[in-house]
Design a protein around this ligand. Structure first.
Ligand code: ADP
Length: 404
C-alpha cells in the first residue's frame, strides 16, 4: 500500500512515499522543494519526481495522500479530509497562521489534481486526547473554554514516535505496542509496572516538550496555538495575555501588526535580532555576541522549566529524549539543558554527547539513573501508519468523495 505523506510549509513542500504492504514499512522516496511560490506546480513536480525515479508508475498507485494537519475546530485524530474538515481548519486560520493556510491550500490542490485519491489528515493534537482535564484547562470562564480556549498541545506525531521508539529502546515492548495502537484502541488496559517515565524534547523550528507515562502523554508545552510554550524560531512562545492589550493601548500597535510580530518577528529571531536559526546563534554567541547568547539562554531556560514540570508530574524519570533539528544536532544546547542536574539523575557523557549528531544513540553517563537519548523523529511514518489504518477501517473510502 503506497502512501504519500506531504509536509506543507508556508514556502516549502516536503514529501515521503512509504510502502506499508505486508507488515513492512519501506521508505520508497523522499524529497522536497524550498521557496515554493506556486503550490500547484510543486505538487505536479513532486508527482513527476516519483514517476521519474520509478517509485510509482502512475498516480493511481497511491492509496492515499496523508497530511500532518495541525488543528481544526471540533476535529481530532485521523480523519478523511472532506469539505467540512477543511472548513473546520479554516476556522482556526488565525490561531495557526503559519500552518493552517498553507495546509488548506495544499490539500485543495491535491484534491483538484487527484480527485479519486483519499486525502487523510492526522491532527497534531491527537496525542493529547488522554491528558487530564486539569492539564488542558486555562483558568477562563466555561463559555470561553467551550470556544476552544484551552491547551491542545501539538507535535503529536513526533512525540508519539518518540514514545514508541523510546519504549522499544528501554526494553518495554508492551508500552511500545500500546503507543502504536493508541489511536485505534485508545489507551486500553494499564500496562505492567513499573511505570515508564519519558520526557520528549522536540527542539526544532517549532519546539515542544511532553511528559509521557506508560506511553500516554500528560500534556504538552504548546497550549492553544502553535505559537505558545517554548520560544520558536520566529514565533513568540508563552506570553502574558495582558501584554497584547497593553501594546495596543499604550504603543498604538494594531491587532494585525501585533499578530504579525508575534508570529514572524519574535521567538529566537526577535530575541537575538540576528537569526531564527540556532546554528547562526551558536556561531555568533561563540564570537561573543550578547544578544545571540541571551536568545539561547532564554531558550534553554524554558526547556529546563518544562522538563522540571514533567519530571515532577512523572515522579521521576527513566529517559530524557532529544529530537528534531536542534535536539538531534546541537550538542551544545543538550549540554546546557542537562547542566547541573546530577542530583536528579541526569548526567551526560560529554564525549558521547559531542559526537552524537542526526543518528540514534545514548549520550548519558554510564550508571546514571536517567537514560539520555537522541532519537531522530519520523513524523511522516506515524502519519502513514495511521492513514493505512484509516483506509483499512473505512473500506468504503473509495466511494466517498474528497473536497467539493
Ligand atoms: P522544522 O520545524 O522546520 O522542521 P527542524 O526540525 O529542521 O525544523 O529544526 C530547525 C532547527 O534545527 C534550526 O534552528 C537549525 O539550526 C537546527 N538544525 C537543523 N539541522 C541542523 C544540523 N545539521 N546541525 C545543527 N543544527 C541543525
Amino acid at each position: 500500500m503506497k502512501i504519500l505523506v506531504a509536509n506543507l510549509g508556508s514556502t516549502s513542500l516536503k514529501y515521503r512515499l512509504f510502502d506499508l504492504a505486508d507488515g513492512q514499512e519501506r521508505l520508497l522516496a523522499k524529497g522536497g522543494f524550498e521557496r515554493v511560490t506556486d503550490y500547484a506546480r510543486a505538487i505536479g513536480d513532486c508527482l513527476a519526481q516519483l514517476k521519474e525515479n520509478g517509485a510509482i508508475q502512475g498516480e493511481d498507485e497511491l492509496a492515499a495522500v496523508g497530511f500532518k494537519t495541525v488543528m481544526a475546530r471540533g476535529v481530532n485524530g485521523c480523519v478523511r479530509l472532506n469539505e467540512s474538515v477543511v472548513r473546520a481548519m479554516e476556522e482556526y486560520n488565525h490561531i495557526a497562521p503559519a500552518h493552517n493556510p498553507p495546509y488548506i491550500a495544499g490539500i485543495r490542490m491535491f484534491a483538484e489534481r487527484m480527485p479519486g485519491t483519499p486525502l487523510v489528515g492526522l491532527f497534531e493534537t491527537a496525542f493529547y486526547q488522554w491528558a487530564s482535564e486539569a492539564s488542558c484547562r486555562y483558568a477562563v470562564p466555561e463559555a470561553w473554554h467551550a470556544l476552544g480556549i484551552r491547551r491542545w498541545g501539538f507535535h503529536g506525531a513526533s512525540h508519539k514516535f518518540i514514545a514508541e521508539r523510546s519504549a522499544e529502546l528501554l526494553g518495554r515492548p508492551e508500552v511500545a505496542a500500546r503507543v502504536r495502537d493508541l489511536y485505534v484502541g485508545g489507551p486500553g488496559a494499564a500496562v505492567a509496572d513499573p511505570p515508564l517515565r519519558v520526557i520528549s524534547c522536540h527542539l526544532g523550528g517549532s519546539s515542544s516538550i511532553t511528559g509521557i507515562r506508560n506511553g500516554i502523554a500528560l500534556g504538552n508545552s504548546l497550549g492553544m496555538s502553535p505559537q505558545s510554550g517554548l520560544p520558536h524560531n520566529n514565533r513568540v512562545g508563552d506570553l502574558d495575555a495582558f501584554a497584547l492589550p497593553f501594546l495596543m493601548r499604550s504603543a498604538g500597535v494594531s491587532l494585525d501588526e501585533a499578530e504579525r510580530i508575534l508570529c514572524r518577528e519574535s521567538g529566537l529571531k526577535g530575541l537575538s535580532g540576528i537569526s531564527n536559526d540556532v546554528r547562526d546563534l551558536v556561531g555568533q554567541a561563540a564570537e561573543g555576541n550578547g544578544r545571540a547568547q541571551l536568545a539561547l539562554e532564554v531558550y534553554v531556560h524554558q526547556i529546563r522549566h518544562w522538563i522540571g514540570a514533567y519530571y515532577l508530574e512523572l515522579n521521576g524519570l527513566d529517559a530524557l529524549v532529544f529530537t528534531a533539528g536542534i535536539g538531534e544536532n546541537q550538542w551544545r544546547i543538550r549540554q546546557a539543558v542537562c547542566e547541573g542536574l546530577d542530583q536528579l539523575g541526569i548526567r551526560l557523557d560529554a564525549a558521547l554527547n559531542e559526537r552524537q549528531r542526526a543518528t540514534e544513540g545514548a549520550i548519558g553517563a554510564a550508571g546514571a539513573p536517567v537514560r539520555i537519548l537522541v532519537i531522530p523523529t519520523n513524523e511522516e511514518l506515524v502519519v502513514a501508519r495511521e492513514v493505512k489504518r484509516h483506509l483499512e477501517n473505512n473500506p468504503n473510502h473509495h466511494t466517498t468523495s474528497n473536497l467539493k
